[in-house]
Design a protein around this ligand. Structure first.
Ligand SMILES: Cc1cc2nc3c(=O)[nH]c(=O)nc-3n(C[C@H](O)[C@H](O)[C@H](O)COP(=O)(O)OP(=O)(O)OC[C@H]3O[C@@H](n4cnc5c(N)ncnc54)[C@H](O)[C@@H]3O)c2cc1C
Length: 382
C-alpha cells in the first residue's frame, strides 16, 4: 500500500508553522484554530478525498489517513476539522448530482465548511435509533424540532449533516428505519429556528448543543431517500473509524517520541532517567502497541480500498489505536514526572485531547459489543 511519504512530509512542514505555543494559547481561551484549518484547506489537505471532477484530489482513504496521522504526530489537533473528511462521504455516495455539484466544489475550495455532524442526542446516546429529533414535511420544506448534543464545530461550519426522524416510530418497525439525512445551511438557520450553545469540555474541541425549534429546511436538502438515513450514516462509519484510528496512531507516535527524548535528556541521580528499565519498558511497550495498532489500521485501509466491508477491522483499528494513544499518553506523563503536568510541555494538553477517543465517535464498549456479536457470534447483549 502507498505510504504517501511526500504528503506526510508536506503536512509535517505545514504543521511546523503551528507549534505548541499556538495550541496552548487557543486552549486557554477555548478558541477555534481558524488559521490552522484555513492553512490545511488552502493546501488542499482537507479535500483530498473529494473527486477531481469536483475540485478535490480524488485520492484514496489511505492518503487522508496519512494527513490526519501526521497532524497528530506533529502535536497539532485535527479534531478541529477531521469530520469534513468523513461527513463529505455521505454527500458523495448518496447525494444527488445537483447536490454534489452545488456543495462539493465549494467544500473543496474551503468556501463552504462541512464540519458539523448532528447525530448524538442527550436522551438517546449511543442508541441512535432512539433519537427524538423530528423532521416533518410541510410543503416544500422539512420542519425540524428537537435537540442534538456534542455537535462539534457547529459554530465554525457552514453546513451540518443532520440525522432526524421523518417517519414516526410505530410498533413492529425497525427503529433505525424512518431516519433521514438533511443538509442544514447554518447561516440561514441561525436565529431562524436554530440555536447553538457551546459546551466547555476538558479539551478544546469546539463542541456544542444545538436546538431546533421549527427550523425550516428545504426538502431539496434531503440526501438520498427519505427513511434510509441511518444506512447512509452507517456506510460512512468504516471510513470514520479508520481515520480516527490514524489520528490516534499519530498521537501515540508524538507521545512516544516526546517521552523517549525526555528520558534521554533528563538526568536524576547522576544519569539519564531513560537508563532505568522502569522508564524504558513502559515506553517500549507503548511503542509495540502503537505498531500493532498501526498494522490493524493498514489492514483496514487495504480492505476498504479493495472495496470490501472492513467493519471488524475498522472497529478493531479504532479501539487498538485509541488504547495505544491513551497508554502512550499516560506513559509520557509518567516519564515527565512533574513536568508532564506543566502546560509548556504540551503533554498534558495532548493527554486530554487523546482521551476523547476512548469514548467518541464510538466508545470502546460498543466496539467490543460489535466484535462479540458480529465476529464471534455471541448473543446480542442489547
Ligand atoms: C468532545 C465530543 C465531541 C463529539 N462530537 C460529536 C459530533 O460532532 N457529532 C455527534 O453526533 N456526536 C458527537 N459526540 C458524541 C459521541 O459520539 C458520544 O459521546 C459517544 O458515541 C457516546 O455516546 P454517549 O455520550 O451518549 O454515551 P452513552 O450512550 O450514554 O454511554 C455511556 C457509557 O455507557 C456505555 N454503554 C452504553 N450502552 C452500553 C451497552 N449496551 N453495553 C456496554 N456499555 C454500554 C458506553 O460505552 C459509554 O461508556 C461527541 C462527543 C464528545 C465527548
Amino acid at each position: 500500500m502507498e505510504h504517501y511519504q511526500d504528503i506526510r512530509e508536506a503536512v509535517a512542514k505545514l504543521c511546523a508553522r503551528f507549534p505548541g505555543e499556538y495550541w496552548r494559547a487557543l486552549d486557554r481561551d477555548m478558541a477555534y484554530p481558524r488559521e490552522f484549518v484555513e492553512a490545511l484547506t488552502e493546501a488542499g489537505w482537507l479535500s483530498i478525498l473529494i473527486p477531481e471532477e469536483y475540485g478535490g484530489s480524488g485520492l484514496p482513504l489511505s492518503a487522508a489517513a496519512a494527513v490526519l496521522e501526521e497532524i497528530q504526530r506533529a502535536g497539532c489537533n485535527g479534531g478541529a476539522c477531521h469530520a469534513q473528511m468523513y461527513t463529505m462521504g455521505t454527500l458523495l455516495r448518496h447525494g444527488s448530482a445537483a447536490q454534489k455539484q452545488r456543495y462539493l466544489p465549494k467544500i473543496a475550495t474551503g468556501e463552504l465548511r462541512l464540519q458539523a455532524f448532528g447525530v448524538t442526542e442527550p436522551t438517546s446516546g449511543t442508541d441512535t435509533g432512539a433519537l427524538k429529533t423530528t423532521a416533518r414535511l410541510d410543503g416544500d420544506h422539512f420542519v425540524v424540532k428537537g435537540q442534538k448534543i456534542w455537535t462539534s464545530r457547529a459554530e465554525h461550519s457552514d453546513l451540518m449533516l443532520l440525522l432526524a426522524r421523518t417517519t414516526p416510530l410505530t410498533t413492529g418497525m425497525k427503529k433505525t428505519d424512518g431516519l433521514s439525512v438533511l443538509i442544514v445551511d447554518m447561516d440561514e438557520a441561525l436565529g431562524n429556528g436554530l440555536t447553538i450553545r457551546p459546551i466547555r469540555t476538558m479539551m478544546n474541541h469546539a463542541t456544542t448543543e444545538v436546538f431546533f425549534d421549527d427550523l425550516r429546511v428545504p426538502a431539496e436538502n434531503l440526501i438520498g431517500e427519505e427513511g434510509k438515513g441511518f444506512r447512509y450514516i452507517l456506510s460512512g462509519m468504516n471510513a470514520e473509524r479508520i481515520l480516527i484510528a490514524s489520528e490516534c496512531v499519530g498521537d501515540a507516535k508524538w507521545f512516544i517520541d516526546k517521552a523517549s527524548a525526555y528520558a534521554k535528556e533528563r538526568h536524576v541521580f547522576g544519569r539519564a532517567i531513560g537508563q532505568n528499565q522502569g522508564i524504558q519498558f513502559p515506553i517500549a511497550r507503548a511503542y509495540a502497541n502503537m505498531r500493532a495498532a498501526e498494522l490493524m489500521v493498514r489492514e483496514a485501509l487495504a480492505l476498504y480500498e479493495a472495496g470490501k466491508n472492513p467493519g471488524a477491522e475498522a472497529n478493531m483499528a479504532k479501539m487498538l489505536a485509541a488504547d495505544a494513544s491513551n497508554e502512550a499518553a499516560n506513559v509520557c506523563i509518567q516519564t515527565h514526572g512533574g513536568f508532564g503536568f506543566a502546560e509548556e510541555y504540551d503533554v498534558e494538553r495532548k493527554f486530554r485531547e487523546t482521551r476523547l477517543y476512548q469514548v467518541a465517535p464510538i466508545s470502546t464498549n460498543l466496539i467490543l459489543s460489535f466484535l462479540s456479536e458480529h465476529v464471534l457470534g455471541l448473543p446480542r447483549s442489547y
